[in-house]
Design a protein around this ligand. Structure first.
Ligand code: IMP
Length: 190
């Protein structure tokens, strides 16, 4: 039996429950990398990350992909300081390269309402990629407001706000190596 992951001291008083351990995350990402290597063999896909949360997933995922891939990023504003979607999406940084005729896989850390991603997908589709698919480490299906076909899903989550492994609350907790919920008083203090 493996021991539960230790919580860094700065976060000890704030974490309510660890939902997904570092080992569980890494095992899922390894399997995801193998699947991408199989599914996109010969296609040299472009993996697109949405800054900043997806950086963690992408960095680990790429190390498990055994075919040639390119990496690009976009940055958008979505949540602001709150935990719920503001409905406002603004493009802060565009892709560095054209994706016309390319096989594009958007890699997300989490999909909640889906509003952010549907905006991004609309933008990317206009650039005529050869294919456009989505993979996400975490999915909150009960909160979905727009339908988004997902090719790869790591873990399904209930309607709870989570932090860690790239996910933040007010800019904090991204560096936790696990996915966890926060104590209600931390969220309410916002
Ligand atoms: P959506 O547009 O509602 O799907 O929101 C997507 C974005 O909201 C994600 O890329 C995250 O940045 C953020 N987000 C959604 N749920 C959570 C959460 O539980 N914790 C931290 N960030 C979240």
């Amino acid at each position: 039996m493996t021991s539960p992951p230790s919580i860094p001291s700065f976060a000890q008083a704030d974490i309510a429950r660890i939902l997904i351990t570092p080992d569980e995350i890494q095992a899922k990402i390894a399997a995801w990398g193998e699947a991408i290597s199989r599914d996109y063999a010969g296609l040299s896909p472009v993996l697109v990350g949405i800054l900043k949360g997806s950086v963690f997933v992408l960095a680990d995922l790429l190390r498990h992909i055994t075919i040639p891939v390119r990496l690009d990023f976009i940055a958008i504003s979505s949540y602001g300081p709150q935990t719920r979607h503001s409905g406002v999406v603004r493009l802060l940084k565009d892709l560095d390269h054209s994706i016309e005729g390319c096989h594009v896989l958007v890699v997300e850390d989490i999909i909640d309402t889906g509003l952010t991603l549907s905006y991004v997908l609309r933008q990317l589709r206009q650039r005529r990629p050869a294919s456009l698919a989505v993979g996400t480490l975490l999915n909150k299906p009960v909160r979905r407001l727009v339908d988004i076909p997902l090719r790869y899903v790591g873990f399904e989550l209930p309607d709870e706000f989570v932090v860690g492994y790239g996910l933040d609350f007010r800019g904090r907790y991204r560096n936790l190596p696990f996915i966890a919920t926060l104590r209600p008083e931390i969220l309410l203090a916002a």
